[in-house]
Design a protein around this ligand. Structure first.
Ligand SMILES: NC(=O)c1ccc[n+]([C@@H]2O[C@H](COP(=O)([O-])OP(=O)(O)OC[C@H]3O[C@@H](n4cnc5c(N)ncnc54)[C@H](OP(=O)(O)O)[C@@H]3O)[C@@H](O)[C@H]2O)c1
Length: 245
């Protein structure tokens, strides 16, 4: 009976857990980092928290009898993706990475492509009104920027945000275009800072920026070590079937 560990935290990971759980005779375990207080429910078994580096992940894979590892983490979760490659190689089991295609600018979009949050902060003009949709961990570089920030987080922050002039909105994707348009209009947003996460759930903010002529500062994805990669759940199912059947 094949037993698959999905490194999760994305919509694709949850959809893959659904699909594998429906498959007769397959066992699926989803692993979450534990950063979100109330994660959405997933099918199959769930574990939470880090493994203790690539050695810890290798030990888990061997001890739990995992036959294949799926890295369906967010494109910006680079550390766990590096550990996945190291651990799957060490234990000698197949690895499949699920990675959504990047978003691409269209004619007329006002996009600046930057390597990281510090470069995104440096790209913002003084006095601008910015929708900062990068997540809590990437806020510090923006502390020294003289601008208004609308910050969207999943959970209420435990500590005050490191930003002087800001408003906070809470929400978890998938988001809806009409609401994104309303948010940008209401806060008179002229700039959007986003990671190039790809996928549909967070895409409406990009569409809203496009529609309103808002400048976009797009943070590039980190480089990852090579691994067999598919772009969606059906690709992952096909790979697992081919490797484990
Ligand atoms: N970064 C983002 O923008 C973003 C956005 C949406 C969702 N997420 C999700 O949030 C999680 C954490 O993201 P991150 O950027 O902090 O990751 P990261 O920097 O790549 O990982 C940091 C550490 O967190 C632990 N970890 C990460 N993902 C894990 C998982 N699925 N299961 C068990 N442990 C995990 C690992 O700890 P050990 O070394 O102790 O094993 C890892 O070394 C990921 O699972 C990702 O899919 C991230």
């Amino acid at each position: 009976m094949p037993r698959v560990l999905i490194l999760g935290g994305t919509a694709e990971a949850a959809a893959l857990a659904d699909a594998l759980s429906d498959r007769e005779g397959w066992q699926v375990v989803t692993s979450l980092a534990g950063a979100t207080r109330s994660p959405a429910p997933v099918s199959g078994e769930l574990r939470r928290g880090g493994f203790g580096g690539s050695d810890g992940l290798s030990t888990y894979l061997a001890d739990d009898g995992i036959d294949a590892l799926v890295d369906a983490t967010h494109p910006f979760a680079a550390q766990i993706s590096v550990h996945a490659v190291t651990a799957a190689t060490a234990v000698g089991i197949p690895l499949v990475r699920v990675q959504r295609p990047e978003w691409r600018p269209e004619d007329g979009d006002r996009w600046a492509d930057v390597p990281d949050a510090a470069a995104a902060a440096a790209a913002l003009p003084r006095g601008s009104r910015v929708f900062l949709a990068t997540g809590r961990r990437d806020l510090p570089p923006f502390a020294s920027v003289d601008a208004f920030f609308l910050v969207r987080l999943i959970d209420p922050p435990a500590e005050p945000l490191p930003l002087a002039d800001h408003a906070l909105t809470l929400g978890r994707g998938p988001f809806v275009l009409d609401q994104e348009l309303e948010l940008l209009r209401h806060h008179r947003i002229g700039w959007l800072v986003s990671k190039n996460s790809g996928g549909r759930g967070a895409f409406p903010k990009i569409l809203a920026a496009r529609s309103l002529g808002v400048h976009v500062v797009m943070i590039r994805r980190p480089e990852l070590p090579a691994a067999p990669t598919v772009v969606d759940v059906s690709g992952a199912m096909a790979q697992l079937q081919a490797k484990l059947a």
